[in-house]
Design a protein around this ligand. Sequence first.
Ligand code: G3H
Ligand code: 13P
Ligand code: ZN
Length: 303
Amino acid sequence: MPLVSMKELLIEAEKNGYAVGAFNINNLEFFQSVMSAAEEENSPVIIAVSEGGMNYAGVEFIEAIVKTGIEKYRVPFALHLDHGKKLKSILQAIRFGFTSVMVDASDRPIEENIRITRKVVELAKPLDITVEAELGRLLGKEEEIESSEAIYTDPEDALKFIQETECDALAIACGTSHGAYKFQGEPKLDIQRIRKIKELIGIPLVLHGASGVSQAMVQEATALGFQLKGAKGVPDSEIKEAIKAGIRKINIDTDLRISFLIGFQKVFRESPSEIDPRAHLKEAKLRVKEKVKEKIRLFNSHI
Ligand code: G3H
Ligand code: 13P
Ligand code: ZN
């Protein structure tokens, strides 16, 4: 039975010093692409579904797609709610078989964040559902909330937070942000901060906003008509350092979105008379699969 709790995957990652990729999916195509990549690379993966993803597909469809995957795939995977801001979504995820939830109250003052997170831990833990929480703020767009400045996670606050909430994994702010525009200047993470937090708290650390948005990908997308001027992500070298410093779960969405659209648009541009969308989707899926494989190799999560 490959659908496992996220905690199980992160314990293995901790033992072996790698990070597990959490890849956002919103439909069958993305799910199949991520899982095929995981199978080909022999790696665990975390299937992440945001509140937006649940609303887009309908949580019961997500459940059906994922349950079908349990029969089809060999590698272990977790089904995880990404950025659960509403208690309603967290309860829905639990009801529909998710093995992990993120409670994201990172926009609240720390005491309120602790209180909300603690409540979710009390709900989820008896059901063996993993709880990820977030402390600190990421620059840029995080779901519907815009933060005007980056507020990095304070190590002492992180210690207090995990002692009082007993969450299983902690997302920290150390220089990344969501989306395709992460840095204006040199792309750098606060690796020293990751190391300090890791020294103080034993639980697995999570890096959100970790897409690479490589210049090769930006160029390819631009040639196909997308406007991505100034797009810049986290370099592979920084990801490697972050893993060395203690990051055990890495969230990727933007790289998959752009890969999918490149594949789709390429078929449209090269074969404008093609009106069977399966042709476009086939190439889009292939691009997503290749990108996930690239990430698995970078995170070194082979088993
Ligand atoms: O961090 C958020 C993920 O990229 C999901 O984004 O809320 O647009 O589905 P979404
Ligand atoms: P990216 O936008 O960098 O892919 O981050 C995704 C993410 O953090 C999902 O929670
Ligand atoms: Zn995120």
